[in-house]
Design a protein around this ligand. Structure first.
Ligand SMILES: Cc1ncc(COP(=O)(O)O)c(C=O)c1O
Length: 342
């Protein structure tokens, strides 16, 4: 057997020389029961928690760190610093272990315990910040990295919120995968925006293939993106509990020009559909996936049912990271949500 066939067979069997190479080519799975009120729609979800460290963020960690290693910005023994809701941090920890780097992560102290425990398990050095601090405070989630960089300018800061290589990772991988998996027939993509990398990268690739594809973003109540997109104003952010989505300030990776519409989601609706996904589809996903499902249902309820529609949504991480929060009735009640209403 010739060498190319061997390599091809190896990839088919998903055999890899290192864990990060197993990133991507995640499954696209049809949603059935949760969208059954809308038989005119074929809705498919990209299941990103099948990535090696459990989230879509493995894609950007791999791309950003490999690029920095290749262009000499990073070398063995260096320290990476990033602020993350936990998922990018897990991907960076994988890249750090593989390449002999150190990994320091600024994370909100209220981040789900499962994520913090997992990060410590893979050797990340955590800097916990108080989420109640205003964004301009030097110790806030958005400013703490810069405060540390003043003391340690030698640290490497990927800056996932403003580094357009984040978008590029999705332009090069997530977008083409969706296009191929949907055989080029897509009407809408509905997904949450956190850094904006996923939606902006996917949108750019897909609109280049077919400019008729509509991109629908989902943003939590309390984040600044929705009012900026709809009214061009920067409203006062307030606290919400959907990890990974939204922000308290505008960031470069959110490309508003590629977004056709935006849907706002409450904590309650995001968590209601997260729990329904588990019960109705056996998909144990995180809160941003429930937010995406809410976005899909909201869109479907406004579409004309006489036309067949093909919709793609993205489920960024697993519910295993939120068993003590979204899947815990006492926690839901502690934030004023009654799970009996779900
Ligand atoms: C759980 C979760 N969902 C969604 C997102 C949003 O993805 P993006 O940052 O590419 O907009 C993130 C990003 O951190 C996340 O952690």
């Amino acid at each position: 057997m010739s060498q190319p066939n061997l390599i091809e067979n190896k990839q088919k069997k998903r055999v890899f020389e290192k864990l990060s190479d197993a990133t991507g080519w995640t499954p696209l799975v049809r949603l059935n029961k949760i969208v059954q009120d809308f038989p005119f729609a074929d809705v498919y979800a990209k299941i990103e928690f099948t990535n090696p460290m459990g989230s879509i963020k493995d894609r950007i960690a791999r791309h950003l760190i490999n690029k920095a290693l290749q262009n000499g910005e990073l070398k063995q023994g260096d320290t990476i610093i990033e602020n993350s809701s936990g998922n990018t941090a897990m991907g960076l920890a994988m890249m750090a272990i593989e390449n002999g780097l150190h990994c320091k992560i600024v994370v909100r102290a209220t981040t789900a315990k499962e994520k913090l425990d997992a990060l410590r398990a893979v050797g990340a050095d955590l800097v916990l910040v108080d989420p109640a601090l205003p964004p301009e405070h030097p110790d806030s989630y958005n400013k703490k990295v810069h405060t540390i960089l003043k003391v340690h300018p030698e640290y490497f800061f990927p800056d996932q919120h403003n580094n357009l290589d984040n978008n590029e990772a999705h332009y090069l991988t997530t977008g083409p995968e969706i296009w191929q998996q949907m055989a080029g027939k897509i009407d809408y993509v509905v997904a949450g925006i956190g850094t904006g990398g996923t939606l902006s990268g996917v949108a750019k690739y897909l609109k280049e293939q077919d400019p008729n594809i509509k991109i629908i973003a989902v943003d939590p109540e309390g984040s600044v993106f929705y009012d900026y997109f709809k009214k061009g104003i920067l409203s006062q952010p307030y606290r919400y509990f959907i990890e990974g989505l939204g922000d308290e300030e505008l960031i470069k990776c959110v490309n508003f020009d590629l977004i056709d519409d935006m849907i706002q989601v409450s904590n309650e609706n995001a968590f209601k559909y997260t729990r329904q996904l588990a019960k109705q589809e056996a998909i144990l996903a995180g809160g941003s996936s429930g937010a995406a499902v809410y976005g899909v249902l909201n869109l479907l309820s406004r579409l004309n049912s006489h036309q067949k529609r093909r919709i793609v949504t993205i489920f960024p991480d697993s519910g295993g990271r939120y068993l003590s929060t979204i899947y815990n009735d006492d926690w839901l009640k502690s934030i004023g949500i009654n799970p009996e209403n779900f």
